[in-house]
Design a protein around this ligand. Structure first.
Ligand code: APR
Length: 351
């Protein structure tokens, strides 16, 4: 997965380069700058002295010294002054300059902190959006594994509204792993769905006499290949096509190129080539779902594609419910979905 959101101390990351949110002197400071200099040792400062500073929005590269990475790319973010002083333009330039420097030095993996979102006061959600935008634009044209490192959860927040919408959606759909009971209240005639724990909390006179347990209905099984346009012949053909065959068929039907599809799915080229060459390849569930999202499949088509990889969407799995939330809302932006999955401590889409 070319872009990963991770919660980690950047000084511990074993990748080709880590990016430092420095100041224009490049002579160290607090925050991530201080942490990187402490972990790298005094030799880093010695080399920084030879660079004679760095302008805001630009980047310079040094060795990693005692850090578990080969290089440190020092970039200077803008100080937030309300948004009217080219802060966004300068912050975008930090990401672009750092990525180009990483590519010029043959880096295959690079990790960014959220530049300017600490001492420099850039609002964290805006800083994250700039980071994701610039990195994904770069990854459309380049092969590299890029990490956005979130140091503390508080530094990471999707919009309150989106978070609450998803939390409500999960509550509505989420049933405990054990049982679900459909109760009809004889007095009022209304039926409710209760988990076994909720059922056990009812006291006796509520449970006995006034309620009856209804057969808990499960979703009506869907005919495979139930896409309305599928003729009987197509539907029969689609029944025994493999995951890879369905994926390649859908890429054609959507008029996409292979590269457009796997980049939009945030899947690296090597994995896609493996899937394309082995028609019986069994992907991980997060990979299968990443392609379903990239192809902007409907919920039924997504379930068909998952089934061909041996999986199903389940309402006892928050990850699945969050995916269902985005598909039901026709929001197919893998990075927005990953930000939401990250906020709910779930695995991310991709390999
Ligand atoms: N690993 C990963 N991320 C970290 C770490 C760490 N060890 N320490 C801090 N961060 C995160 C912060 O949580 C914040 O989200 O890095 C982000 C950037 O915060 P700062 O380090 O304060 O950098 P910035 O806001 O760009 O301000 C730069 O601060 O440290 C000084 O010398 C630096 O003057 C410069 C200014």
């Amino acid at each position: 997965m070319p872009l990963k959101l991770i919660r980690q101390d950047i000084t511990k990351l074993e990748c080709d380069a880590i990016v430092n949110a420095a100041n224009s002197t490049l002579l160290g400071g607090g925050g991530v700058d201080g942490a990187i200099h402490r972990a790298a040792g005094p030799a880093l400062l010695e080399e920084c002295r030879t660079l004679h500073g760095c302008n805001t929005g630009q980047a310079k590269i040094t060795g990693g010294y005692k850090l578990p990475c080969k290089y440190v790319i020092h970039t200077v973010g803008p100080v937030w002054q309300g948004g009217g002083h080219s802060e966004e333009k300068l912050l975008r330039s930090c990401y672009r300059s750092s990525l180009l420097l990483a590519r010029e030095n043959g880096c295959e993996s690079v990790a960014f902190p959220l530049i300017s979102s600490g001492v420099y006061g850039y609002p964290k959600d805006k800083a994250l959006k700039v980071a994701v935008d610039e990195i994904t634009a770069f990854l459309l044209e380049n092969e590299m594994l890029v990490y956005i490192v979130i140091y503390d959860k508080s530094a990471f927040r999707i919009s309150e509204k989106l978070f609450n919408d998803i939390a409500t959606f999960i509550d509505d759909k989420y049933v405990d792993e054990h049982f679900r009971f459909d109760f009809r209240n004889r007095a009022t005639g209304e039926s409710t769905v209760l988990s076994d724990t909720a059922m056990l909390s009812l006291d006796d006179d509520e449970l006995i006499g006034k309620t009856e347990i209804l057969p808990s209905f499960s979703e009506a099984p869907r005919a495979v290949g139930s896409a309305p346009s599928a003729s009987l012949d197509d539907a029969l053909k689609q029944i025994d096509e493999s995951f890879s065959e369905m994926l390649l068929r859908k890429i054609d039907e959507k008029g996409m190129t292979d590269a457009e599809c796997y980049k939009k799915a945030n899947i690296d080229r090597k994995l896609f080539s493996k899937i394309r060459s082995d028609l019986h390849y069994k992907p991980k569930k997060t990979t299968a779902l990443a392609f379903a999202i990239a192809l902007e499949l409907s919920l039924d088509e997504t379930k068909d594609m998952l089934m061909k990889a041996g999986y199903a969407l389940s309402h006892s799995n928050k990850f699945d419910i969050i995916i269902e939330y985005f598909i039901s809302n026709k929001n197919y932006n893998v990075f927005e979905i990953n930000e939401a999955l990250f906020a709910f401590d779930q695995a991310l889409l991709g390999v």
